[in-house]
Design a protein around this ligand. Structure first.
Ligand code: DAK
Length: 258
């Protein structure tokens, strides 16, 4: 399958989706997001893939929703068609681990899709922001909610109300990103993390992701109960038995994703 606006590669259990509209700094037009959604749908069903990387170019992860495409919209276009919802939800709904590898600008919708991923590894040139207010709108695909949960109310208010950008070090300090590395080490670092994740038992990684995400949706008591139930269920897998046996036998485990 060939794509017009993304590059897609795969190697050893890891798939990489690279946003590829360099002239528009990877602005998120509908056609590009439709391609991302289609690939993710296929990867969800592909047993050989254990982790996905979403990335952009050195200059831009994505500079936001495509303002030129959006500019003419009226309320009913946005309300009834709601393409953002359909396409971006594909990232949110994706059940396998997905890492955002961010270099350059991650603004507006770009910052929002990075936050939909499970974690962000950033290059030292990354710049994050929610500048929608400068266009007289506000974040519309989760930015007001996910950014607030990630960095707290005060900084989220600062970023969304002033529209200023935050550099990689500030993003690391505030908990938005998991790691910052030099730009020329970004792809290797993320690929290594993705390969590590892909070497784990896939169902166990998926349950771990699901359980961490429950922390954002429920009370502590209910979240711990959910964790306990899934933890117990892991003892019905062959991989749990293999993982513990391999440790005791001092060898590498061979997981079968069963
Ligand atoms: N959309 C369209 N084109 C963009 C773009 C964008 N977001 N960002 C950059 N470009 C284009 C520029 O227009 C320019 O194109 P040409 O003029 O060459 O044709 C090219 O990319 C290079 O950009 P610049 O010349 O501006 O490059 P600079 O290095 O000087 O500046 C910059 C880089 C990233 C600081 C600047 O381009 C910039 O400020 N870009 C806009 C950033 C922004 O405001 N992002 C937020 C977009 S609003 C919704 C939910 C959510 C949303 C929408 C709807 N619904 C639920 C319906 C989300 C909204 C947003 O994300």
């Amino acid at each position: 399958m060939s794509y017009e606006m993304i590059e897609f590669t795969r190697d050893a259990g890891v798939a990489k989706i690279r946003l590829n509209r360099p002239k528009a700094l990877n602005a998120l037009c509908n056609d590009m997001m439709a391609e991302v959604a289609q690939v993710l749908g296929e990867l969800e069903r592909d047993d050989a893939i254990g982790c996905v990387i979403l990335t952009g170019s050195d200059k831009a992860f994505a500079a936001g929703a495509d303002i030129k495409e959006m500019q003419e919209n009226q309320y009913l276009d946005i309300y009834q068609n709601d393409p953002f919802n359909t396409y971006h939800e594909a990232i949110e709904r994706f059940r396998k681990p997905i890492i955002a590898a961010v270099s350059g600008y991650a603004l507006g919708g770009g910052c929002e899709i990075a936050m939909m991923c499970d974690f962000i590894i950033a290059a030292d040139n990354a710049k994050f922001g929610q500048p929608e207010i400068t266009l007289a709108v506000m974040p519309g695909i989760g930015g007001t909610q996910r950014l607030t949960r990630a960095v707290g109310k005060s900084l989220a208010m600062d970023l969304c109300l002033t529209g200023r950008m935050m550099d990689a070090e500030e993003a690391l300090r505030s908990g938005l990103v998991a790691r910052v590395v030099p730009l020329d080490e970004l792809q290797d670092t993320v690929e290594e993390a993705a390969r590590k994740i892909a070497s784990m038992s896939l169902p166990i990684a998926m349950m771990t992701k699901e359980t961490i995400n429950v922390a954002f949706e429920t009370t502590l008591t209910q979240g711990i109960r959910f964790e306990r139930r899934l933890f117990q269920s892991m003892f019905s897998t062959e991989d749990q038995s293999e993982g513990m046996t391999a440790f005791i036998e001092k060898r590498q485990p061979h997981f079968k994703n069963k």
